[in-house]
Structure formats: C-alpha cells, structure tokens
Design a binder for this molecule. Structure first.
Ligand code: GUN
Length: 276
C-alpha cells in the first residue's frame, strides 16, 4: 500500500504554475467573494489568498457580512467581470441559505469561472471539450497521473453525485476510458459496487462511510471527504481498516485537499492564458 502524498504533488504543481506565470509576463488577478461567517469557508478563503500570494497571483478579496443584500454581491461580480486585471472569480460556497446561490453564480462571466461550476464550463466538460474543470476532480486526476496510476479500461466507482465532485470526476474518468459506475444515496447495496472496482472515489461527506469490508484487494482509493469532528479532520473512508487492503490511498488531511486550492491557481492561469 502506498499513501498518495497530496502535499508533495501540490508543491510540484505550484512550482510549474509560478513558471507559467513568469512566462506569461502579466499581472493575473483572482477575485474571491465570501459572504457571512461560516468558519470553514473563512479558512478556505484564507488558504486561497495565501496560495495566490505564494505563486504570485494577485487576490482581490470581497468580504460581505451575513446580511449582505443580493444586489451588492451581484454588482461586485459584474465589476469583476469588467475588470481586465481579474481573470478568475469565485464565490465561496455555501452561501447563507436566504440567498439564491444559483442566481448569484450565474452572473460570473463563464470565461472567468475558475471553479468550473457554470453551465458553460460544465457543458464543455460533458462534451469532452477543453474547459475550466472544477478544482477537486481536476486535482484527483493530477494525483492519479503523478503516481502513474492507469485509468483506461479500469473499473471506476464514484460514490456521490454532487455537481462539484461526483458528476465531474465521473465524466473525467469516462473521458480517460475508465468504465464508470456512480453510486449515490439511493443505491442499493453500495458495497456490491465498491468491493468490485479498481479505482474508488468517495465524496459523500460522511465520516468513515467506506469501511474495510467494503473494498476489495488492491483498489486505488481516493477519499474526498472533509469531515470536521471536534476540530479534527476525517475522510469519508475509514483509513485504518481500508488502507491495509488497497494499493494506493489518499489520506485526510494531506491527500486530495491540498490539490483543490492548487487547481484553482492553475485554472486562474489558464483563464488568463485563454484571454490572450
Ligand atoms: N465550497 C466547498 N468547495 C468549494 C469549491 O471548490 N469552490 C467554492 N467556491 N466553494 C466551495
């Protein structure tokens, strides 16, 4: 069993991104909008700002209080759309429940949609066209590539069908010629699928959902879960019982997580390149 080191792969990707930025020779800006005071979101946004600083992307933070009105958020997005120094815009999710997230996100210029959540970018992904792919699924592919894990012809099972992770990673694995099965909350006997695959991606948001008895020998296990319990992070995979059985596994923390922010930087540089 080998542990996939997301921090190491992420650091190498950031070096490449720095070089790309240097050769691009332009100031590249990323706008980050945060609404309210969700503690996890505050941490993610701070991580994103620090990551920008590290590689030389100019971050433009826009912090709104819990009661901010929809129009002021939309006006900020429109101003960012028109700002030629800003190539990427992201609205940290989740937004406070009273706000219509889909409506707000729809104002982001799809070419600056570095989260890859828009209909335009998701549609291109579905069609297999070059696009800004949402960050976590893109990070998973980079990890598989970094460890030379073959995908073509393999049986892949994705547990979870969210728009942010499950659906896009299923499409990306399909594009790489895996045979893909998507399991979800209504799937009967999930273990029947998870036991019998080569690559298992788990993104359900439930601590320790996948246990050792649910995986076969020599599976590649990618754990997307970030479950905070008493200030500690846990994945969707019960590491202690699953790790001894598999060929590769991503730990939590230190697996997929570090890749997500790095892919945001990569998408921002890509959006800047596309604009020129
Ligand atoms: N909240 C949880 N994950 C994400 C993400 O990838 N992008 C944004 N904008 N918000 C998130």
């Amino acid at each position: 069993m080998e542990i996939i080191d997301g921090k190491k792969v992420s650091a190498a990707c950031r070096e490449e991104i720095k070089q790309e930025l240097t050769s691009l020779g332009k100031k590249v800006g990323l706008a980050v909008l945060l609404v309210g005071n969700d503690k996890a979101s505050e941490i993610y946004v701070r991580n994103k700002e620090n990551a920008c600083k590290e590689v030389g992307i100019q971050s433009y933070p826009f912090i709104f209080d819990e009661n901010a009105d929809e129009q002021s958020i939309i006006q900020t997005i429109i101003a960012c759309n028109q700002n030629p120094d800003i190539y990427g815009i992201l609205v940290q999710l989740p937004l406070p429940e009273r706000l219509d997230a889909a409506k707000i996100l729809s104002y982001i210029d799809p070419k600056k949609d570095v989260d890859g959540f828009s209909r335009y970018q998701m549609g291109k992904l579905l069609l297999g066209e070059d696009c800004l792919v949402s960050c976590t699924p893109q990070g998973i592919l980079q990890l598989l590539d970094a460890y030379h894990i073959p995908v073509a012809g393999k049986k892949a099972v994705v547990v979870g069908r969210s728009n942010i992770v499950g659906k896009p990673i299923a499409l990306l694995l399909l594009q790489r010629n895996a045979t893909v099965t998507v399991c979800h909350s209504k799937t009967e006997n999930v273990a029947e699928y998870t036991k019998n695959c080569d690559i298992l991606v788990v993104a359900v948001g439930k601590k320790g959902f996948i246990t050792g008895d649910m995986v076969g020998e020599n599976t590649v296990v990618i754990d997307v879960g970030i479950n905070r319990v008493d200030g500690k992070l846990f994945g969707d995979v019960d590491f202690d019982t699953v790790a001894p059985k598999c060929s590769y596994i991503t730990p939590v923390p230190g697996g997929v997580g570090p890749m997500t922010v790095t892919m945001l930087l990569k998408n921002t540089v890509k959006a800047a390149k596309n604009a020129h």
